[in-house]
Design a protein around this ligand. Structure first.
Ligand code: 5RP
Length: 213
């Protein structure tokens, strides 16, 4: 993991920010560099839609207006980090437990620019445990469903998401078909969202300041 690459990626994403736009903003240490850089443009944008309480606090501290997605309508740009990224720009996200709101804002955005350091690149997703946000009463049910599919569920004990839910991290999956797994898991009652961004992958991935081919 390289903090310098994270900073370069966060700063490079600024080139996708257009005048008067409302920017979708993700969560995490790489996004923190993006927010710092966005502050220099605060008078040239309308504001941001945030994916977490953590990013909201950072945005507000730097004087960037935080807007409600229900009021803004569709966005032109979403910038967020990732825990893993495959060559087709499909992602594992949710290491910071913000996956559900991240998925909502990504879905609402025409362009998703993902900012990572080179340690996040993989050929096959799954070395990073897959985060799944669950309704608390469904934790054991979902754990059994994951075990039936060959995964090892680990409850992220003590973590409560911004939505009041819990996180299960799934170890031991080599995710050969992330679109199919995302679809399958999304059918299970009790799962709020799955940290696979495969059906809606990133459009552009910046590894440091370089666009991933
Ligand atoms: C938070 C996320 C983050 O984007 C992901 O965990 C990467 O974080 P970082 O930039 O700190 O490495 O999905 O839920």
């Amino acid at each position: 993991m390289s903090n310098n690459e994270k900073r370069l990626a966060g700063e490079a994403a600024i080139r996708y920010v257009e005048k008067d736009a409302i920017i979708g903003v993700g969560t995490g240490s790489t996004v923190a560099f993006f927010i710092d850089a966005l502050a220099d443009l605060r008078d040239q944008i309308q504001g941001a839609v945030s994916s977490s309480e953590q990013s909201t606090a950072h945005l507000k501290k730097l004087g960037i207006p935080v807007l409600d997605l229900n009021a803004t309508g569709a966005l032109t740009l979403y910038v967020d980090g990732a825990d893993e990224c495959d060559p087709l720009r499909r992602l594992i996200k949710g290491g910071g437990a913000a996956l559900t709101r991240e998925k909502i804002v990504a879905e609402a955005s025409a362009q998703f620019v993902c900012i990572i350091d080179s340690s996040k690149r993989v050929d096959i997703l799954g070395k990073f445990p897959l985060p799944i946000e669950v309704i608390p009463m469904a934790r054991s049910l979902i754990g059994r469903e994951i075990a039936r599919r060959g995964g090892q569920p680990v409850w992220r004990d003590g973590v409560v998401t911004d939505n009041g839910n819990w996180i299960i991290d799934v170890h031991g999956w080599q995710i050969a078909d992330p679109v199919a797994l995302e679809r399958d898991l999304n059918q299970l009652p009790g799962i709020v969202s799955v940290g696979l961004f495969a059906r809606r992958p990133a459009d552009i991935v910046l590894v440091g300041d370089q666009v991933m081919a």
